[in-house]
Write a protein that binds this ligand. Structure first.
Ligand SMILES: [Zn+2]
Length: 653
């Protein structure tokens, strides 16, 4: 058959077959020129007849830009996966599955690092595509996804179905794109893919030559697949690209061996991965395991170690904190790491700079794991210039004092960043919880209203505060609310007040212990190092810091003034009776009528002890909305669980 005599259906079928060979199988059977010639012929025929078949490749070029994205509600919720970061955690997960199912067949696949999309087919035609969004609704990106040639426009299956895949840009494609667009290079394949799909102009998506790798199904009508293996066969039968790695395993050791192999080959892949996904193969067995509030229990993502890159340390800036401690902040030549652009990273202290042999204008190793702040690991080359040790405070010019590995500005009373940070800390949520005073507002209080210590807050009036807020209908209301919030803070519980004072090394837990032991600020201020050290968890350094704080005249003066204002909280003695006596309690999820600290205080007042994580020694877990893994763990350990209503009943008991 010559190409001239082909029908439109035949042309479309031929072009799609060639495209499938090229884009999915990576094995073209004809040169590009032959494809282009037939494609041009089809375009002409479509123009002449005004007919465009639903699977015509001419749909791929991308239509007009959209003005905004519509929301798409997925027919079935898309779950995200629970994560493990070590083989120990992975073994626990496998054990948990095997406790329920016995010997189990697992599948092991790559976890591509791109943008998850959900595509909808009806009557065999691609009718929609959306981003994952929050799992329930996402952005409608149908026009964008239609341009991706490895996503079939028609499939043989005629029932309605939603299928999920990861939109990615292959590294070779990224490289080619960057060579063709030297003025406008893309730095990171993941961001390039996500940015292309979430671009209002479908032509941009088309230009980036993305791929979608399919791996999961959601809603379906009559799709007869009973396992991941069968699903992959189905997807391949639809002409879709599926996971580059698809292996089966029956034991933890086998899974581990596959992961190690993937880890060793990872850098040779033509795409980014950030881990490996392990699933129970059989769908019926998956149902037996079920879901937590957030995750399926039958799958887990093993995340690879943090990514590491090198970049140049261009300068070091010294920040002065609440206690006068100087923290060096490394300024870096912008670098992409785990999908984010990094320009700054903390260097901890001067001792750390020496230990890591960091030099200015020299390469350093930078590491980041998922959501953790980036960290400079060490020098990556010899050379560069020494980073001078500052001798004077960059903010107030006072000579610095060296204590251990740290440098301190001891001009506590007049060094602006210290004053601002102390007041901001006093107002913060776990301290006096004064709403409406952000760090920026505190700076204004200091700079424009001459607020010098936390005691000055209590003489502020609405008239003082109004000019600080953006003019408009709400400014006076905002000022009034701040005055009310300041007033309310006079009732702060002792533990929060001790924390609010901002003593060096005294966090919320230590503050609570101090409140329970001493009962008032006055008693605490008279405590000796020995008395303090008698408290579990308080060492010599912390104890000496506390004694030092109360020995300083400016601190005593602030406490005296706060006392005059009426702030002198007392520790409420725990009653020996109540529902929580002798109980170790964990709070998880959000309660509708209590903040977490309020609930914790109520429990403690009734003789309970708050723990932060679920373990065998915990007696009770109180569960609010959106409780996560703690709830699962509590269930697994058979610990008593109470919802908000039951909690309130306990408070009344
Ligand atoms: Zn200073």
């Amino acid at each position: 058959m010559t190409e001239k005599s082909m029908t439109m259906q035949e042309m479309v079928a031929q072009l799609n077959r060639w495209a499938y060979e090229y884009y999915v199988l990576d094995d073209p059977s004809v040169p590009d020129t032959q494809y282009d010639a037939l494609y041009d012929q089809l375009v002409l025929l479509e123009k002449q007849t005004g007919v465009v078949l639903p699977d015509s490749p001419t749909h791929r070029v991308g239509g007009e830009p959209l003005s905004s994205f519509h929301q798409h509600t997925h027919l079935k919720r898309l779950y995200s996966l629970d994560k493990v970061q070590s083989f120990g955690e992975l073994r626990e997960w496998v054990d948990k599955v095997e406790r329920v199912l016995g010997r189990t067949e697992f599948t092991v696949e790559l976890k591509y690092d791109g943008l998850t999309i959900n595509v909808t087919y009806r009557d065999g035609v691609l009718v929609g595509a959306a981003t994952r969004g929050n799992g329930v609704t996402g952005e409608d990106v149908t026009e964008q996804v239609k341009t991706i040639r490895s996503v079939p426009l028609v499939i043989p299956f005629k029932g309605a179905c939603e299928l999920q895949g990861e939109g990615i840009m292959r590294l070779s494609v990224l490289d080619r794109y960057n060579r063709a667009h030297p003025a406008d290079t893309l730095k990171n394949a993941r961001n390039a893919a996500a940015g292309a799909i979430r671009n209002l102009d479908p032509k941009v998506t088309a230009e980036r030559s993305l791929d979608v790798v399919f791996y999961s199904n959601g809603y379906e009508e009559g799709l007869d697949v009973a396992s991941q293996t069968e699903l992959v066969e189905f997807l391949r039968g639809c002409g879709m690209r599926t996971n580059y790695v698809f292996e089966k395993a029956y034991t933890f050791e086998q899974i581990k061996a596959i992961i190690e192999k993937i880890g060793s080959q990872r850098s040779s892949y033509d795409f980014l991965i950030d881990g490996v996904v392990i699933k129970v193969n059989d769908f019926a067995l998956r149902e037996r395991l079920g879901y937590t509030d957030k995750f399926p229990k039958w799958a887990v993502a093993y995340k690879f170690d943090a990514e590491q890159v090198t970049t140049t340390l261009t300068d070091v800036e010294w920040q002065v904190g609440r206690t006068g401690k100087l923290t060096p902040i490394g300024k870096l030549e912008a670098v992409e790491l785990c999908g984010a652009t990094i320009r700054r990273a903390t260097l901890n202290n001067y001792g750390d700079i020496l230990r890591k042999r960091l030099k200015k204008d020299a390469l350093v190793f930078l590491r980041r794991s998922n959501d953790v702040i980036p960290e400079v690991m060490g020098a990556a080359e010899e050379g560069g210039t020494d980073i001078p040790k500052p001798t004077h405070c960059p903010a107030c010019g006072s000579p610095l004092q060296e204590t251990g590995a740290n440098l301190y500005c001891v001009n506590a009373e007049h060094c602006r960043p210290q004053i601002v940070a102390r007041i901001a800390h006093y107002c913060s949520k776990h301290a006096c919880d004064i709403e409406g005073l952000s760090d920026k507002t505190v700076e204004l209080l200091v700079d424009r209203l001459g607020v010098h210590s936390v005691a000055d807050l209590y003489s502020l009036t609405e008239a003082d505060l109004s000019p600080l807020f953006v003019q408009g209908d709400k400014e006076s209301k905002k000022a009034r609310n701040v005055v009310l919030a300041i007033e309310k803070s006079k009732q702060v519980p002792l533990a929060q007040f001790i924390f609010a004072l901002g003593l060096d090394n005294v966090g919320t837990v230590t503050a609570r212990d101090l409140a329970a032991r001493f009962g008032s600020v006055e008693a605490l201020s008279a405590a000796t190092v020995e008395q303090l050290q008698a408290i579990e968890g308080i060492g010599e350094v912390v104890a000496e810091g506390i004694v030092q704080y109360f020995s300083e005249s400016q601190n005593r003066e602030i406490l005296r003034r706060l006392g005059e204002i009426g702030i002198d909280p007392r520790y409420t003695v725990r009653t020996a009776q109540g529902a929580f006596v002798g109980k170790k309690v964990v709070l998880t999820g959000s309660l509708s009528r209590y903040t977490r600290s309020q609930a914790a205080a109520l429990i403690e007042q009734r003789g309970g002890e708050i723990a932060s994580s679920v373990s065998k020694s915990v007696n009770l877990v109180i569960v609010g909305e959106d409780a996560g893994s703690k709830l699962d763990k509590a269930r697994a350990l058979g610990i008593e669980i109470a919802d908000e209503e039951a909690f309130e009943q306990m408070l009344r008991d």
